[in-house]
Write a protein that binds this ligand. Structure first.
Ligand code: GLN
Length: 257
């Protein structure tokens, strides 16, 4: 073999090896990594911190994602993006799965498949302490804030009320604190964190108006291979109490901050 050809062949072989190792070719689910997408603005489920369980990301979902990957002999990677972009990124193959305190709704089921549910939540109303809102229908003539694309927005829409939508929970809560809106509709555990962080707020529940919601992990429709891996890990973590422990631990942690 001529020297130049030999060099080329060797280079090509090296490039191919590197590609296999680093999962070249774009997209996700290559090699030994599960690439999850999240929106790290949702404590205690996902938030940014100095040292999280997956890079800078920590929370109940992040710990669950890590264990799902590890129990399948894989590694978890996390991509942080806007909540609204998660299902699009999943369908594009930019990420393998979504773990974002995401409620498994019938509407979302039209485009993605969901895992076994791992957490039950409900929407609640955050109001100022002196508010006269006691049930959901009291919101009729109030200024309502929601977070764009969250199930809270869908609930308020279904009730037929007008509202303003924000990109982040913290932005909506600031509006409430500053008296620019009267009520924020958001998931229960996250609401607790925001009420703990800000003086003068309280939570109002109305189980008659807000049905319970189940959080689940989304995968591309028909990706049963990954869904089976996720489900077997979740079912084990539900059965042995791991998810419960994580929920208690992270809730205490974020409330203490
Ligand atoms: N559970 C809500 C939803 O699915 C909010 C999730 C979130 O903000 N991360 O829309």
């Amino acid at each position: 073999m001529k020297k130049a050809t030999k060099f080329l062949t060797m280079t090509l072989a090296m490039v191919m090896t590197v590609c296999t190792l680093s999962a070249c070719g774009g997209g996700a689910s290559k090699g030994n990594t599960i690439t999850f997408g999240t929106n790290a603005e949702f404590p205690p489920f996902e938030y940014v911190t100095s040292s999280g369980v997956i890079g800078e990301y920590d929370g109940i979902d992040m710990a669950i994602a890590k264990q799902i990957a590890e129990s399948n002999g894989m590694t978890a990677a996390m991509e942080n993006m806007e909540f609204d972009s998660l299902l699009v990124a999943l369908q594009n193959g930019q990420i393998d799965a979504v773990i974002a305190g995401m409620t498994a709704t019938d509407e979302r089921r039209e485009t993605v498949d969901f895992s076994t549910p791992y957490y039950t939540a409900t929407q609640v109303m955050i109001v100022r302490e002196d508010s006269d809102i006691t049930v959901a229908t009291d919101m009729a003539d109030k200024k309502i804030c929601v977070i764009q694309g969250y199930t809270g927005e869908i609930c308020v829409q279904d009730m037929g009320y007008t509202y303003e939508a924000f990109k982040k929970g913290t932005e909506a809560v600031m509006e409430l604190v500053n008296g620019k809106c009267d009520v924020v509709v958001i998931d229960s555990a996250t609401a607790q964190k925001y009420v703990g962080d800000n003086e003068g707020l309280k939570i109002v529940e109305d189980p008659g108006a807000f049905e319970s919601e189940e959080y689940a992990i989304a995968v591309q429709k028909g990706n049963t291979e990954l869904l089976d891996k996720i489900n077997s890990a979740i079912e084990k973590m539900l059965a042995d109490g791991t998810i419960n422990e994580l929920a208690v631990k992270y809730t205490e942690e974020v409330m203490a901050e």
